[in-house]
Design a protein around this ligand. Structure first.
Ligand SMILES: Nc1ncnc2c1ncn2[C@@H]1O[C@H](COP(=O)(O)OP(=O)(O)OP(=O)(O)O)[C@@H](O)[C@H]1O
Ligand SMILES: [Mg+2]
Length: 390
């Protein structure tokens, strides 16, 4: 039977949708979870971290384990972090009544609040119990309860903390790190720390003067193999009733260097515009253009958040990746005036994971769509075509 919706999801992959590749990493992380080890998973933005982690959690649950997933992105305070972890924890325990009754009482800093939704389903949230005096205490307490739960289960409790670096970026970050480290150190639970600000997360786990030093094995999420991704696109389009030629899918993957989100987003647009028909090259050119334009509000907010000097550098790197961004001729070519400023901008852009050094030693943009957006947005051709009548 053919599906009716767009088979290319622009958000986290659902439990029943197929994941392309990543089998080895999934198997390795599964083994680590069973053994109660801690891991750090690093990958650029929108490379597929959350989808992978969700799949790991699903598979671990299918094998009889307990798994909890907390998104810590842009968490505003220690209190909020504690509440997010507690809410996710209660949700993880609510897989069945018996487990919930038995294990939720091990969480002392929060009480579960069950709400019935208008559609008759239930959702669970966490409310502070009043036993802890401040946010940091609550955070430490809820993390300690993860361990208590783990000791009560046959398999280690799999605790996934997504965008974990955002916790360390709070003003009391150092305090939080130290407190969590001593709580997590002797844990029976298995932690998976995930993040896209790779420099920040690496620093947390790999600098000797930081609390989490050597607390976990660091792994990089590999990009999906180009051929496999191309075949995956054909299969996904096929299950929804469209025949996609290999030349088209190869071009999609190559255009955005197999970057997971970018490939998916272009495929999504192309499917939307052409299904159930077979797309041709012109359709693809349009789809790439539309996809890039659709990212405008996100890219504009990233761009606008940077200093003018960082913007100039980002545009320079989008136009021309280089091994030596501080070399005189490169700077002159791209109207970068001051080496000290370039150095500072490089650091900012690396910290934000907007740029990275690739395996060939070139400093380049991490998001191929952002690169495309920067290099085409203000070009003359673009301006002219937007002046022409439709
Ligand atoms: N293994 C995969 N196979 C096919 N598509 C994938 C795979 N993993 C992720 N995707 C797709 O890539 C996009 C990004 O996925 P996801 O949100 O999991 O990435 P992320 O790295 O967590 O992103 P963010 O940096 O925004 O948190 C989504 O459109 C998702 O559907
Ligand atoms: Mg994510």
């Amino acid at each position: 039977m053919h599906g009716t919706g767009n088979p290319f999801s622009k958000t986290v992959i659902g439990d029943n949708e197929p994941l392309c590749n990543q089998k080895e990493l999934l198997a390795a992380l599964m083994l680590e979870a069973h053994s109660g080890n801690n891991n750090v998973l690093l990958a650029p933005r929108r490379a597929g971290k959350t989808s992978l982690a969700m799949r790991l959690a699903r598979n671990y649950r299918a094998q009889g384990g307990l798994a909890t997933f907390t998104d810590l992105s842009a968490v505003p305070s220690t209190d909020a972090a504690a509440e997010r972890i507690a809410t996710a924890l209660f949700a993880a325990l609510s897989i069945n009544d018996k487990i919930f009754k038995k294990l939720s009482q091990l969480v002392t800093a929060f009480v579960p609040v069950i709400t019935m939704n208008p559609d008759g389903s239930f959702s669970v949230s966490a409310s502070a119990s009043g036993i802890c005096k401040n946010g940091l205490d609550r955070l430490v307490s809820v993390v300690a309860s993860l361990d208590r739960i783990s000791t009560q289960s046959d398999m280690p409790f799999l605790v996934i903390l997504d965008e974990f670096q955002d916790l360390a970026m709070l003003s009391d970050g150092a305090l939080i790190e130290a407190a969590l480290r001593s709580t997590i150190q002797h844990h029976k639970a298995s932690y998976l720390f995930i993040g896209s600000r790779r420099k920040l997360l690496r620093d947390m786990f790999e600098s000797p003067n930081r609390a989490f030093y050597r607390g976990a094995t660091t792994r990089e999420l590999p990009f999906i193999n180009k051929d496999e991704f191309s075949v995956h696109l054909i299969e996904r389009a096929g299950t929804s009733g469209a025949v996609w030629p290999r030349a088209i899918t190869d071009t999609i993957v190559a255009t955005v260097e197999a970057h997971t989100y970018s490939v998916t987003a272009i495929a999504h647009t192309l499917f939307e515009a052409t299904a159930p028909h077979t797309p041709n090259e012109d359709d693809l050119t349009d789809a790439i253009h539309i996809t890039t334009t659709r990212e405008t509000s996100l890219f504009m907010s990233i761009y606008a958040s940077l200093t003018p000097q960082s913007r100039i550098l980002l545009e320079a790197l989008a136009a021309e990746a280089t091994k030596h961004p501080m070399a005189g001729d490169y700077m002159a070519r791209h109207k970068l005036t001051n080496a000290a400023t370039v150095k500072k901008s490089l650091l900012t852009l690396v910290n934000g994971d907007h740029i990275a050094i690739n395996e060939d030693g070139f400093t380049c943009l991490t998001d191929p769509l952002l690169k495309r957006w920067l290099t085409t947005r203000w070009s003359k051709r673009n301006m002219l075509s937007s002046l022409l009548p439709e």
